[in-house]
Design a protein around this ligand. Sequence first.
Ligand code: ADP
Ligand code: MG
Length: 233
Amino acid sequence: LQQKLIESEKLSAIGKLGAGLAHEIRNPLTSIIGLTHLMKENKHKDEYLEIIIAELERMKNLVNQFVSYGKPSYMEQVDCNLNELIKDTAELMNSNARLHNVNIYVERSDINTEVYIDKSKIKQVLINFIKNAFEAMPNGGNVCLQIESDLKNNEVHISIKDEGVGMTKEQVDNLGKPFFTTKENGLGMGLPICFDIIQSHNGRIKFDSEKDKGTVVHIILPQNNYQERKNTL
Ligand code: ADP
Ligand code: MG
């Protein structure tokens, strides 16, 4: 019975996600259909084509992200120096930062930050949060990345701080729900994917945000699995 309940919960969750996806796809589809009708009348063809391509791209991205969200994927965990991963990721985002008029920097840290993680997945999480930070600052600003060690709880804390638009409590409560977005061209799939990845590392995510002031995202990862492994080597 327990198993059946879990199965039916899963199905209903999938049903809800599917309904959400259908809703998200209906809008661009409707506009594409409308535009193609207009194109038959031979007006503003190039202009319409541009919009159609953009809408199709958006649909493709939605479907791709949706599929990767639902899929259980392999965790390829390795011992990794988190300082280096964060520095590399910040560097990778540098040209994107300049486009947004943003200065991205990593707070110096001398603590031991070895963790046992899926590097490419954690990098994807960092990139998602950094992008959100950039997008929260339409007039530019600073994004600060920091690592701290919580020795007592055997955890590593990564924080990503921006000086952007911030969020109300109500918005914060919606974070992580598939398709929740306040952006005109947002997909609302970035955070659900981040939550998924951090959860599969037995970590957690917290948000400190103040409207019109900015946001700090905290990613908390356990460090014990790294130490346990070291001890048995
Ligand atoms: P998207 O970026 O496509 O909107 P996400 O899942 O990445 O989707 O984010 C969902 C929503 O969370 C955003 O639309 C925005 O409202 C809010 N959000 C996320 N990060 C921040 C941030 N750093 N500052 C303000 N709002 C944020
Ligand atoms: Mg995003």
